[in-house]
Design a binder for this molecule. Structure first.
Ligand SMILES: Cc1ncc(COP(=O)(O)O)c(C=O)c1O
Length: 304
């Protein structure tokens, strides 16, 4: 299917290359932004500031090797940015299961990537083995499946509700009754899912985070659309918190989760700024971030 889709999109551009026709055709195969929406002026301002004589020391630093998680100042900026924009997210009610002990402090770790796709790829490299099972929503973001199969993963469907959306209760039941072997990984797009646009409730997010923690399943939450949410809080309720934040409340310090941790948020500035900057991040438990850092090619960008 992805191959067919790609073929379709190539033929689209081939057959409809005249300017007049291109204006009329909308290619739904890929979510590419309109050229006129790209932040050209903002980028000009950023680049001229970055290159100015008063910024020489900063520029010098940026031309050197970095820390293993990425540029520390950039990491701090991303972290502060996310904190600023998600402070009012809905945390719902943390679970009270006996084996899950809610903790007070947020201690997520962060790692700079070249976008969500890069983030998913290195998670597969460090956290999975060929032959492992990854469960995905049906339908889902069509390029994600290619990333998983390129790592030799077996891609199966999550239980889905008839009306659409992940049937988290059924997943819990399947795992608890032993009808389903715990997969190594679950890939979800919790907010404004591509292509359905659905948003997973905070109750389902907690259930998924808890079951993942219990069975040592890695939840890779692709939260690239998290900030593209202009809901009216009073009318629609608050936006449910992202997975890395929920995870940090239950897993990283409870001592009950798998030593390999469980939920990570994979995100980027592709949808909020520009896809061409190829800038993203992974937020999650320290154990998982540490595993990324140990990759050989990541070590080669480190300033010792
Ligand atoms: C769900 C989802 N994840 C990831 C991406 C791509 O993200 P990135 O450009 O950061 O690799 C897209 C782009 O359409 C998407 O819809």
């Amino acid at each position: 299917m992805p191959y067919f889709r790609r073929l379709l999109s190539v033929s689209f551009s081939f057959f409809h290359s005249s300017a007049a026709t291109r204006e009329k055709m909308i290619n739904f195969a890929r979510g590419h932004p309109n050229m006129g929406l790209l932040p050209v002026e903002a980028m000009q301002e950023i680049l001229s500031k970055a290159a100015s004589a008063t910024n020489q020391e900063r520029l010098q630093k940026s031309l050197n090797y970095k820390s293993d998680r990425g540029d520390p100042e950039l990491l701090a900026e991303i972290s502060a940015f996310m904190d600023r924009h998600t402070r009012t997210d809905d945390m719902g009610t943390p679970p009270t299961e006996a084996d899950i002990q809610p903790v007070e402090s947020l201690t997520t770790d962060m790692f700079v990537t070249h976008g969500v796709s890069h983030g998913l790829d290195i998670l597969c490299t460090t956290q999975t083995q060929p032959g492992d099972v990854v469960l995905i929503e049906r339908p889902t973001y069509f390029l994600a499946q290619d990333i998983f199969t390129s790592h030799g993963l077996r891609v199966n469907s999550l239980p889905m509700k008839e009306a659409g959306g992940v049937d988290v209760d059924r997943l819990v039941e399947l795992l608890q009754t032993g009808e389903m072997e715990p997969p190594r990984m679950i890939y979800v797009i919790p907010t404004h899912q591509n292509p359905t646009g659905r948003t997973m409730t905070i109750e389902d997010r907690w259930k998924l985070a808890v079951i993942a923690s219990r069975y040592g399943i890695l939840v890779a939450a692709d939260e690239v659309y998290h900030l593209l949410d202009w809901r009216d809080d009073a009318r629609d309720g608050r936006r449910p918190a992202r997975f890395a934040v929920l995870d940090s409340k239950i897993a990283s310090q409870s001592g009950t989760s798998s030593p390999r941790g469980c939920c990570v948020t994979v995100s980027s500035f592709t949808k909020t700024f520009s896809p061409g900057v190829r800038l993203g991040w992974i937020e999650g438990p320290k154990e998982i971030i540490d595993s990324l850092v140990n990759l050989g090619y990541i070590q080669s960008q480190v300033c010792f």
